[in-house]
Design a protein around this ligand. Sequence first.
Ligand code: ARG
Length: 563
Amino acid sequence: MKNKIVELIEKNIEGLSTEDIAGLIEIPPKPEMGDFAFPCFRLAKTMRKAPQMIAADIKEAIGSVDFIDDIQVQGAYLNFYIKKDTFVKSMVDAAMADDFGSSTMGDGQTICIDYSSPNVAKNFHVGHLRTTIIGNSLYKIFTKLGYKVERINHLGDWGTQFGKLIVAYKAWGDEETVKKDGVAELMKLYVKFHDEAEKNPELNDEARAWFAKMEQGDEEALKIWQWFKDISLIEYKRTYDLLGMEFDHYLGESFYRDKTSDIVKKITDANLLTESEGAKIVDLEAYDMAPCLILKNDGSSIYATRDLAAIFYRKETHNFVKCIYVTGQEQKLHFAQVFKVVELLGNEWAKDQLVHIPYGLVSLEGAKLSTRSGNIIYAEDILLEAIAKIKEIINEKNPDLPDKDETAKKIGVGAVLFNDLYNQRIKDVSFKWEKLLNFDGETGPYVQYTYARCASILRKVDDFVPGEAIDYSLLTNQESMDLLKEISRFPKIVKDAADKYEPSVVARFSVDVAQAFNKFYNANRINVEEKDVRDARVTLVHLTKKTIKDALLLLGIECPEQM
Ligand code: ARG
């Protein structure tokens, strides 16, 4: 319908392209202001005429059109009132398509998303839960827009900390306990190392020596390190399984260990490497940034060096149009420095293709989470606790529900994901069970419940065939139109979410659709005698169900058919 309006305006003015017009057209905030509005401010400059007059001229030039009820000049705006049943039909047809919300804008282009990336031998904590959830949602959103997305888990699996861990393991650890307690035991050993090294600083030299061995490819050192890594991955994968998430690549920092010398050479050749207190750095003072450390004074590479290597590797391997990094805001400077160094090496593309996507903190105050030893919060425990709490609610309210475990998992995990994605990512996320698991608030369970309600209605009308012609004039009442307009926003919502790297846009949309549906449902009885009325209304139920499902999938959330 919007395209038809664009066409109409284009035929009757000069000086604006089709894209310009499409970009200017707005959906008015209130229904009284029509279905589409075209502002004439921009034309006023080129035409040297008051925008009101231009609007009036266009209205006159357009005259009467079969699908339009009325066109009104309101201030500088031209407001279009579409014939209701035509409008309804166009919205229903669009939303009915299998690929509603999808686009081909990304066809043939690759985006790399670097997210989750926990640190080996450390627990998968709530911060990593956020990058995992946001990164996964961005993966779904960009995929929907036609991009090929490479999901990269840049594990923190290299660095001097592994030298320390090897020393600690050899001094105080034993195989059995590590096998039994996994990451929790490795963390204990790591803490113990720091306590002991305060008393006995020579331990630090030993640790450095072990890391040096790792860098030289020493068999024993690498064997222990690989074992630590395997143990950690088993735990991380349990969390990914709960979340239903996967990666295309597990390429941690260690993958780049033989690629950092090339980076040092590139930087040296470009005359960018300078020395500072024995270390090698790139001076970034001209850009108001602290220097980017490339090699420590013992010659070992660091986090940034490996990130530089990873960027060039990814560019060569995937030829990305964007490489996106999802981490907490505390890494803002790190990425700004690394991206700047890439740019200074003569790569203009670094400016708009390398993107850091920061997010806020998780505050756990008020969430009484049961924790394992040492008061450390594991993401896995949060998810399991959410599932258990939902299971309790189901047992109490709907004990005969089939597939209780599967349903509790979808709702529990969905609730955690939704809570994380509902607000702008840069805002802190607070974690309150009562809020998060509420079936009435702006929550995952609320949206899923609306979905299940639609599913239940549809189960009762087995002779209904979605997509068959209906009497569109039966859907021109306020609640039906409002719901359809809400649903119709989906394609634009997906694009907006991608432009802003902001899954919250989709999360809010899903709540808006659910709320519009519940208003419609309260005002319109669905399973009525007259088949044409019933079919028209059931069509809206079908479209709501389909759109909620697609929207929640973009957030990584599944919908149970019954709850
Ligand atoms: N392992 C890091 C952390 O836990 C995140 C890695 C992010 N990705 C990257 N390419 N630096 O903080």
